[in-house]
Design a protein around this ligand. Structure first.
Ligand SMILES: [Zn+2]
Ligand SMILES: [Zn+2]
Ligand SMILES: [Zn+2]
Length: 392
């Protein structure tokens, strides 16, 4: 078992059903950061980028100032934000790849991207050109996988490029092998969920496009039909959603300010109105969204009564797992794979969603306590389930 890169937690086998889990080796108080982690690989979603969400190609930091981002998302070009010092985005440090002009938040990110994968994936001046093989691949992906997005083909291309560019390809392959693998049957369920009922043909289309551009004789096993499906299932199953926003960092910093009561009240009113304007125009699509593979976080099991949650407080792909309650040494650290609304649904609905999307039967304390409840859902829930079933 891999030793975790941080102290305070350890990865252990829970039982043969659940596989591994993450456990506390020390006490954590409610609100404590249990650990912080950067992903092995991450990528912004292709539709998100297409819709002009502007993020660092390497770390997914939102590149617009909070004010610019608010103007765009609220469609109010004249909007100004007070307390502009609370926005930490620094456009003067942003750099472009000299070949393809893709943007990075800093020189450091540009260098890391170039050294890890971008030397292979840089499209040069033909970036955005849909006749370039990688452009064809991206367009094909967008046409297969519509918003709300849950996965990105670019994670897969970056993984291949990382092996190609590595001094020690075996070491890179080993780090990717730590993620939960799936049986062929599970892989097909994941594919069906991600790509719909025609997933076999679509997977072949994607495979041949990836092969044309990135085939590497060091990893022939990733390019066979079976191997490509496994790789895809790996990112589908282990990919953690990432959301970054300059506005939310600005907002956090506003909240933390020590202000006289009247100034506090007017700032709070301004922020409330801002979120109303943003949601009216952009719905819940407020973040630069993407996904990434995280070694430690991927060991956290799900619970319908989680004692921790994943946050992205730094406006980039560095995540934090934060305690939602006091946690004693020896306790398992669990997060919820369900969003807030879904967590409040009946046991039947929660379990169906977890089975369909994450391929397991939840045995958490809440599900066990509700095990005697009849398997009925409200009519509203049933309607939604019918729609989900038809949509796949
Ligand atoms: Zn960056
Ligand atoms: Zn480039
Ligand atoms: Zn549960």
């Amino acid at each position: 078992m891999a030793t975790p890169a941080v102290s305070g937690v350890e990865v252990k086998i829970v039982n043969s059903n659940k596989g591994k889990g993450l456990f506390a080796c020390q006490e954590f108080k409610k609100g404590d950061v249990i650990f912080e982690e950067v992903p092995l690989v991450s990528s912004q979603f292709l539709w998100n980028e297409f819709y002009k969400y502007h993020a660092c190609e390497f770390c997914l930091k939102s590149l617009e100032t909070a004010e610019k981002m608010a103007q765009r998302l609220a469609s109010i070009p004249t909007l100004t934000l007070p307390q502009s010092q609370n926005c930490l985005v620094r456009p003067e440090f942003q750099v472009h790849c000299p070949h393809c002009q893709v943007t990075y938040c800093s020189k450091e990110c540009q260098e890391m991207a170039w050294n890890q994968y971008h030397r292979t994936l840089c499209m040069g001046p033909s970036r955005g050109d849909e006749s370039h093989p990688l452009g064809i691949l991206q367009a094909a992906w967008r046409n297969i996988h519509f918003p709300p997005e849950s996965c990105s083909i670019m994670l897969l291309t970056k993984m291949i490029a990382m092996v190609k560019q590595a001094n020690d390809p075996a070491a890179v392959l080993k780090t990717f092998s730590q993620f939960t693998n799936s049986t062929v049957n599970e892989e097909q369920q994941i594919m069906h969920k991600l790509l719909g009922s025609k997933f076999r043909a679509q997977l072949e289309t994607l495979r041949s496009l990836v092969m044309q551009t990135l085939y590497d004789e060091q990893i022939p096993q990733w390019f066979t039909s079976e191997g490509f499906q496994s790789l895809f299932a790996l990112i589908g199953r282990n990919g953690q959603g990432i959301g970054t926003s300059s506005i939310s960092v600005w907002c956090q910093n506003c909240d933390a300010m020590d202000l006289p009561d009247d100034e506090r009240a007017s700032l709070d009113d301004f922020i409330d109105q801002l979120y109303i304007d943003l949601e009216k125009e952009s719905g819940t699509f407020l973040n630069c969204e993407g996904s990434g593979l995280y070694s430690m976080q991927s060991c956290c099991n799900h619970s319908c009564v989680p004692n921790a949650e994943v946050q992205f407080p730094h406006n980039c792909h560095k995540l934090q797992v934060v305690a939602l309650e006091n946690i004693a040494p020896g306790e398992e650290i669990c997060v919820s794979y369900l969003d807030g609304c879904m967590l409040e649904r009946s046991r039947h609905s929660r379990q169906k969603h977890l089975r369909d999307n994450y391929l397991f039967n939840c045995m958490c304390s809440k599900c066990q306590a509700q095990a005697g409840n009849p398997d009925v859902t409200s009519s509203e829930e049933e309607d939604e389930e019918d729609m989900e079933a038809e949509g796949t």
